[in-house]
Design a protein around this ligand. Structure first.
Ligand SMILES: Nc1ncnc2c1ncn2[C@@H]1O[C@H](COP(=O)(O)OP(=O)(O)OP(=O)(O)O)[C@@H](O)[C@H]1O
Ligand SMILES: [Mg+2]
Length: 316
C-alpha cells in the first residue's frame, strides 16, 4: 500500500475499495486497516516525493460528498503536514549528527590529552633512573605526578559527563603560565629557555591555554635535535599579548603551513594525532586571539600566539 500511495498520491476511499477494488489497480490494503469499521479515507502524507506516513479519517457524522474540492483541500492539508514532519525529521537528524560530531571531537581531544600525560610520566621515569637520589628531582617528581593525577581526574569527569569542563574566562598571567609549561617540559632533550616581559595579562581559560602552549612547546621539541634550542618569549605591545615559541628544528614548507598545519588529524609523526596545532587555532579563535606560524624547512619555526591585551591594572 505504501508504494501505491507514494506513486499515485491518491486519497483512498475505503468504502469504495471494499465495493470495487479493481478501481485501485495494484493496491492491496492490509486487513487491519480494512477491519477499522469507522475507516473512511486514507490520505497519504508525502514530502519530497517520499511517503512519510498516512492519515486515516473516520466516517463523518454527517454525510459528505467526496468531490474534487474536498480532495484538493485534503491534499493541501496533507502537504502541509508532510513538510512540517519532514522539517522535524531533518532537524532531529541534524541534532544527532552535531552531537556525534561533538562527541568525536571530544574523544580526539581526550586521547590527545592522555597521550601527553603518558609522555610526561615516561619522561619522569627516564629521568628517575639518573636523578632518583636528588631531593630537587624528588620534589619535581611529586609535583608532576600530582599534576598528572589531577588532569586524569578531570578527563574522567569530562568523559563521564560527555562535556568539557567549563572553565571561567579570566585574565591570565601569560608569563607564569609559560613558566609552568617550560618547567614541565624541561627534562627533555632540547634546551628550552624562557623570556618573560613580566605582568603580561590576557583573557583566557587557564587549563586550556596551558595545554595549548604545551602543544607548541612539544612540537618545537619534537622538531629539534638534542642539541637544538627552543625559545619561549612572552611579550606585549600596545594591543597584543604574545606568546612566541621558536625552534631551530626541521621547519615546514610554506604549503604545509598554509594547507595542513592547522587542520585536524594532519600529522607527519608516527605517533602523532595532528590535534595540537588544530586545538591551538581553535583556542585562539574562541578567545579573540590569532595564531601564526613562520617556518623555513631546515632552519626552524616560530609560532606567534596573540591575544588582545588585558589592562595590566586588572589583578588576578
Ligand atoms: N615547530 C614545528 N616544527 C616543525 N614541524 C612542525 C612544528 N609544529 C608542527 N609541525 C608539523 O605540523 C604537524 C601537526 O602538528 P600537531 O601538533 O597538530 O600534530 P602532531 O604534533 O603531529 O600530533 P599531536 O596531535 O600529538 O600533537 C606535525 O606533525 C609536524 O609535521
Ligand atoms: Mg603536536
Amino acid at each position: 500500500m505504501g508504494r501505491f500511495l507514494e506513486r499515485t498520491g491518491w486519497v483512498i476511499d475505503l468504502a469504495e475499495y471494499r465495493r470495487n477494488a479493481a478501481k485501485y489497480a495494484g493496491l492491496e490494503i492490509p486487513t487491519w486497516l480494512l477491519d477499522i469499521a469507522s475507516g473512511w479515507l486514507v490520505v497519504p502524507i508525502i514530502a519530497q516525493e517520499q511517503l512519510i506516513g498516512f492519515v486515516v479519517l473516520a466516517t463523518p457524522r454527517t454525510k459528505l460528498d467526496v468531490n474534487w474540492e474536498v480532495l484538493d483541500l485534503l491534499k493541501t492539508a496533507a502537504r502541509q503536514i508532510g513538510s512540517f514532519l519532514a522539517h522535524i525529521q531533518a532537524s532531529e537528524a541534524l541534532l544527532e549528527a552535531r552531537k556525534f560530531e561533538a562527541f568525536n571531537k571530544m574523544g580526539a581531544f581526550v586521547v590527545h590529552d592522555l597521550k601527553n600525560l603518558v609522555a610526561q610520566l615516561s619522561l619522569l621515569l627516564t629521568n628517575a633512573e639518573r636523578h632518583r637520589q636528588n631531593p630537587r628531582f624528588q620534589e619535581d617528581m611529586l609535583a608532576t605526578v600530582k599534576h598528572v593525577a589531577e588532569r586524569m581526574n578531570r578527563l574522567l569527569v569530562q568523559l563521564s559527563t560527555g562535556s568539557r569542563s567549563e572553565e571561567a574566562l579570566r585574565p591570565l598571567n601569560l608569563g607564569a603560565l609559560a613558566k609552568r609549561v617550560v618547567q614541565s617540559k624541561r627534562n627533555g632533550a632540547a634546551a628550552i629557555s624562557l623570556q618573560d616581559a613580566g605582568e603580561v595579562f590576557a583573557l583566557g581559560y587557564e587549563q586550556r591555554l596551558e595545554r595549548v602552549i604545551g602543544h607548541l612547546v612539544q612540537n618545537a621539541i619534537d622538531a629539534t635535535h638534542a642539541s637544538g634550542t627552543v625559545q619561549v618569549d612572552v611579550i606585549c605591545n600596545e594591543q597584543w599579548a604574545t606568546v612566541e615559541v621558536c625552534d631551530d628544528g626541521c621547519g615546514m614548507s610554506e604549503a604545509f603551513v598554509r594547507e595542513r598545519l592547522f587542520r585536524p588529524f594532519q600529522t607527519t609523526k608516527a605517533t602523532g594525532m595532528g590535534i595540537g596545532a588544530f586545538e591551538t587555532a581553535q583556542y585562539a579563535k574562541e578567545t579573540g586571539g590569532r595564531v601564526e606560524a613562520q617556518s623555513r624547512p631546515g632552519e626552524g619555526t616560530s609560532f606567534y600566539l596573540d591575544f588582545p591585551l588585558t589592562r595590566k591594572a586588572i589583578n588576578v
